[in-house]
Ligand binder design. Structure first.
Ligand SMILES: Cc1cc2nc3c(=O)[nH]c(=O)nc-3n(C[C@H](O)[C@H](O)[C@H](O)COP(=O)(O)OP(=O)(O)OC[C@H]3O[C@@H](n4cnc5c(N)ncnc54)[C@H](O)[C@@H]3O)c2cc1C
Ligand SMILES: NC(=O)c1ccc[n+]([C@@H]2O[C@H](COP(=O)([O-])OP(=O)(O)OC[C@H]3O[C@@H](n4cnc5c(N)ncnc54)[C@H](OP(=O)(O)O)[C@@H]3O)[C@@H](O)[C@H]2O)c1
Length: 480
C-alpha cells in the first residue's frame, strides 16, 4: 500500500472541503492509495471565516463548523494549528515533506479606497471591525469603543450589510451568541444611533443578497430608510439597464423588491436608524484629530452607460467610517502570485509557474484561487475541482521507480511501503524549530473552555475566549 501525503494550508471552508474531497476522491480511484492529509493553519483554531467572519447572529450558517468538524475528525486527517506558512514552515519544507501541497489561505487583507483621510483615527477597514466582533486573535478585544453616534459604512456588499446590522441591532440580542464578553460589553455601551450604508452605484448594481437585505428590515428597534429618488432605477441610469436588470436577474429583482418597499418611508422614531444611500462615491474622509465627516460625490451613468462623477458633493456627518470595499489575498512566500488579480495563478486549481506550466505538487483552492467571492458552499465545488486535478496528475504520473516525468506538472506516485497514516511528515521539521503545533485535541480544549465560559456567564451557549493569551492558555494548560 502506498501513502499519498498532502499538506493543505488553511483550515477554512476551502481547506477542509479540500481535505474531505481528497479522502473521498482518492478512495474512488481504481487503485486507491492510502492517504494522509495534514491541515495547517496559522491560527490555533480551525474553520477560517466560519469562525472569524460569519456574523455571530447568523447561527445557522456558523453551524457549518459542525459539518467541517467531521473532516478534522477523520482518522487520515491531522490538524496542525498555530503553524504559519512563511514564519514557521516554508514552501520548500512542505514540498520536501509531502507529495502535494494545496494552498487555501483565503483573503484577509482589506482593499484601500485611496482617498484623503483614509488613515484618520475613526476610519477603519471593515476587516478589522469584523475581526474584532468575531474575536479574531489578531486584534485587541478592546480595539473598538463605539462612541460615534453616526457611522458611515462604505460599500454595499454582504460584509457591509453584516457590519451595519451588528452596529444597528439591539446588542441584548447578541447575548445568546458566541460574541466575546468584552465585545458584547462594548456593543452594550454603544452610542451608535445612525448607520449610513453607501453604494457608489445603484440598487440594481449592489452586491448584497436579498435574504441579508430583508433581514435589515426585520431588526427590532431599527428604522430602515432609503430615499425614493435614490431607489428609483431610472433616476441615475438613462440607459434603462438598471431597470432591465431588476427584471432579468433574480437576485437584483429580489433586492429591488425589498428596497422599493422601504423607499420614501418615513422613519417611525425607533432607537436606531439605518439609511441606505446610492449613487454616491467617497472622495474624502474629513477630520483633524479624528474622523468628522465623509465627503461624497454624486455619481450616475451617462447615456453610454459609463459610470461618472457629477461633481455635486455632500458631506455626511459621521465620526466613524467603516470601509467595506472587499477583501484581498496576500502572497505566500515563494508561491507564485498574480498581484493584479491578487490570486495564485492557476488553471482549475493547478498552480502555474512563471513559464506558464503547472508546478508539480502545488495546488490552490478557495478565495486564494478565485478571489473573494461566493458563499461558503461555493468552496466545496471549487475544492472538488482542485482535488480532481491533483488526483488526475497522480494517476497520469510516473509509477514508483520511474524517473522521468512524461509532462510538466505531474505528481510522482508515492513509493510502496512509504510510512502509513501515523504521525505528521512535518513533525521533525516543526520540533527542530521549537514549534509546537496545536492539535485537534488541543483545539477541543479551547472549545471546552468556551463552553465553560458561556456557562459561567449565564449566556446560554459557548462564548469566545478573548485574545491570543486566553486561547493559548486554554489549549496548553500547565499540565500538558
Ligand atoms: C465577513 C465575512 C462574512 C461572511 N459571511 C458569510 C456567510 O454568512 N455565509 C456564507 O456563505 N459566506 C460568508 N462569507 C464568505 C465565506 O466566509 C468564504 O467564502 C470562505 O470563508 C472562503 O474560504 P477560504 O477557506 O478560502 O478562506 P478562509 O475562510 O479565510 O480560510 C483561510 C484560512 O487560512 C489560514 N491562513 C491564512 N494565511 C495562512 C498562512 N500563511 N499559513 C497558515 N494558515 C494561513 C487562515 O487563518 C484561515 O483559517 C463571509 C465572508 C466574510 C469576509
Ligand atoms: N451572508 C452571506 O452570505 C455573506 C456575508 C458576508 C460576505 N459574504 C460574501 O463574501 C464575499 C465578499 O463580500 P464583500 O462585501 O467584502 O465584497 P463585495 O460583495 O465584492 O462588495 C464590495 C462592495 O464594495 C464596493 N466598492 C469597491 N470599491 C469601492 C470604492 N473604491 N468605493 C466605493 N465602493 C467600493 C463595491 O461596489 P462596486 O460593485 O461598485 O464595485 C461593492 O458594493 C461576497 O461574495 C459576499 O457575498 C457573504
Amino acid at each position: 500500500m502506498t501513502t499519498l501525503k498532502v499538506a493543505v494550508v488553511g483550515s477554512g471552508p476551502a481547506g477542509l472541503y479540500t481535505a474531505e474531497a481528497l479522502i473521498k476522491q482518492a478512495a474512488a480511484l481504481p487503485q486507491p492509495p492510502s492517504i494522509r492529509v495534514d491541515v495547517l493553519d496559522r491560527l490555533p483554531t480551525p474553520y477560517g471565516l466560519v469562525r472569524y467572519g460569519v456574523a455571530p447572529d447568523h447561527k445557522s450558517i456558523k453551524s457549518i463548523a459542525e459539518y467541517l468538524r467531521k473532516v478534522l475528525e477523520h482518522p487520515d486527517v491531522g490538524f496542525l494549528g498555530d503553524v504559519h506558512l512563511g514564519d514557521d514552515v516554508s514552501r520548500d519544507d512542505l514540498l520536501a515533506c509531502y507529495d502535494a501541497v494545496v494552498y487555501a489561505t483565503g483573503a484577509m487583507r482589506d482593499r484601500h479606497l485611496g482617498i484623503p483621510g483614509e488613515d484618520l483615527p475613526g476610519s477603519y477597514a471593515a476587516t478589522d471591525f469584523v475581526n474584532w466582533y468575531c474575536g479574531h486573535p489578531d486584534i485587541d478585544p478592546a480595539a473598538f469603543t463605539l462612541d460615534a453616534e453616526s457611522v458611515a459604512v462604505i460599500g454595499v456588499g454582504n460584509v457591509a450589510v453584516d457590519v451595519a446590522r451588528i452596529l444597528a441591532r439591539d446588542p441584548a440580542e447578541l447575548r445568546g451568541t458566541d460574541v466575546s464578553q468584552p465585545v458584547l460589553d462594548a456593543l452594550m455601551a454603544s452610542k451608535v444611533r445612525e448607520v449610513h450604508v453607501i453604494g457608489r452605484r445603484g440598487p440594481a448594481q449592489a452586491k448584497f443578497t436579498t435574504k441579508e437585505m430583508r433581514e435589515l428590515g426585520e431588526l427590532p428597534g431599527v428604522d430602515v430608510v432609503v430615499s425614493a429618488a435614490e431607489a428609483d432605477l431610472d433616476a441615475f441610469d438613462p440607459t434603462g439597464g438598471s431597470a432591465e436588470l431588476a427584471v432579468s436577474d433574480r437576485r437584483v429583482r429580489g433586492n429591488y423588491q425589498v428596497i422599493s418597499g422601504w423607499a420614501g418611508r418615513e422613519p417611525t422614531g425607533q432607537a436606531r436608524r439605518l439609511t441606505l444611500r446610492f449613487w454616491l462615491r467617497p472622495v474624502e474622509i474629513e477630520g483633524d484629530q479624528r474622523v468628522r465627516g465623509l465627503v461624497l460625490e454624486r455619481t450616475r451613468l451617462d447615456d453610454q452607460g459609463a459610470f461618472i462623477g457629477t461633481g455635486e458633493r455632500e458631506t455626511l456627518a459621521a465620526s466613524m467610517v467603516l470601509r467595506s470595499v472587499g477583501y484581498q489575498s496576500v502572497p505566500l512566500a515563494g508561491v507564485p502570485f498574480d498581484e493584479r488579480a491578487a490570486v495564485v495563478p492557476n488553471v482549475g486549481g493547478r498552480v502555474i509557474g512563471p513559464d506558464g506550466e503547472p508546478l508539480p505538487g502545488e495546488y490552490v483552492a478557495g478565495w486564494l484561487k478565485r478571489g473573494p467571492t461566493g458563499v461558503i458552499g461555493t468552496n466545496k465545488s471549487d475544492a472538488a475541482q482542485t482535488v480532481r486535478c491533483l488526483l488526475e496528475d497522480l494517476a497520469g504520473g510516473p509509477g514508483p521507480g520511474d524517473s522521468a516525468l512524461p509532462r510538466a506538472g505531474l505528481l510522482r506516485y508515492p513509493e510502496p511501503g512509504a510510512d502509513g497514516g501515523a504521525g505528521s511528515p512535518l513533525e521533525s521539521v516543526l520540533s527542530g524549530r521549537g514549534v509546537r503545533p496545536v492539535t485537534y485535541q488541543d483545539w477541543l480544549r479551547i472549545e471546552a473552555a468556551e463552553a465553560a465560559l458561556g456557562e459561567s456567564l449565564g449566556r446560554g451557549g459557548r462564548v469566545k475566549l478573548a485574545g491570543q493569551a486566553a486561547l493559548r492558555a486554554a489549549c496548553f494548560p500547565p499540565e500538558t
